[in-house]
Design a protein around this ligand. Structure first.
Ligand SMILES: Nc1ncnc2c1ncn2[C@@H]1O[C@H](COP(=O)(O)OP(=O)(O)OP(=O)(O)O)[C@@H](O)[C@H]1O
Ligand SMILES: [Mg+2]
Length: 247
């Protein structure tokens, strides 16, 4: 009886929070994203003024959901929420272990995911400060990262995977950004056409949660894989362009 009462109190509280984050009701995203922990975090971020209204999901993934949001002046931001319940946190551990920035963490589901998100935000800051073309990091708390929204109007910029045109300028810029990132002490670690957006003819590197410091045990292997992925992608595009020219 007592427990039931308690649960209904929590339900009421959650409903109140849901009403306070505008747009949440219309999102129809399953409760595995907006659990109580996440709602409280979002509520705090809204109170701090980083966004006011949460619009549609830009992308609903297995590990995270990215939303377009707007602050009170209508300024767009991207809100990336890592799922606390369904994330495969075991896969995250090998990218955290060996990273001196996070040597003292517990390996529970919760701390691993929170460290993962903190790592993404720190990586984004390092990259941004070094001049790598990444979304401007704005704020992060618990399992949520707020960053610059890369897109036109309310649509997110397409990934390189979704773009038809080949451009050696874009290739050169990605190569330059990879080098700048390395010089800033990081290897992206998950770079491919899926994690590069194209905005106004410029590549924007995203999804830096997997990025590791250059002295990490996996750094060399990941850098080689990143380089291979990028070259494979542009090779294919150049082949296509060449074939279309010669008919
Ligand atoms: N700052 C941003 N601005 C606009 N769109 C973004 C931004 N960040 C991410 N996205 C969109 O959300 C998608 C997923 O983002 P991201 O790659 O960071 O997450 P993910 O962890 O790979 O998601 P998943 O759980 O599917 O693996 C991107 O492909 C892009 O379409
Ligand atoms: Mg991604």
């Amino acid at each position: 009886m007592y427990r039931e009462k308690e649960f209904s109190k929590i339900d009421q509280e959650i409903d109140k929070l849901k009403n306070k984050i505008k747009g949440l009701e219309d999102l129809k995203v399953s409760d595995t994203v907006f659990d109580r922990f996440t709602l409280l975090t979002l509520y705090d971020i809204v109170n701090r003024g980083y966004f006011e209204v949460l619009y549609g999901a830009v992308k609903t993934g297995k590990e995270s959901n990215v939303f377009l949001a707007k602050d009170s002046s209508g300024q767009q931001v991207a809100v990336k929420i890592h799922r606390m319940v369904t994330s495969d946190f075991h896969a995250m551990i090998k990218y955290i272990e060996g990273d001196r920035r996070f040597s003292k963490i517990k390996k529970s589901r919760r701390s691993t995911i929170l460290t993962w998100v903190e790592k993404e935000f720190q990586n984004l800051k390092t990259a941004y400060d070094a001049g790598v073309n990444v979304p401007r990091p704005i704020f992060s708390k618990k399992n949520v990262v707020v960053m610059e929204f890369i897109g036109t109007g309310d649509s997110a910029a397409p990934t390189l995977k979704e773009v038809k045109t080949a451009s050696d300028d874009v290739f050169l810029q990605v190569a330059k950004d990879m080098k700048t990132l390395f010089q800033a002490g990081l290897v992206h670690g998950d770079l491919s056409e899926y994690n590069i957006l194209l905005q106004d003819g410029e590549a924007v590197l995203i999804d830096l949660s997997q990025s590791v410091p250059i002295d990490h045990p996996l750094a060399e292997e990941l850098l080689k894989r990143d380089v291979k992925n990028v070259c494979r992608h542009f090779d294919k595009k150049f082949d296509k362009l060449y074939n279309s020219i010669i008919g």
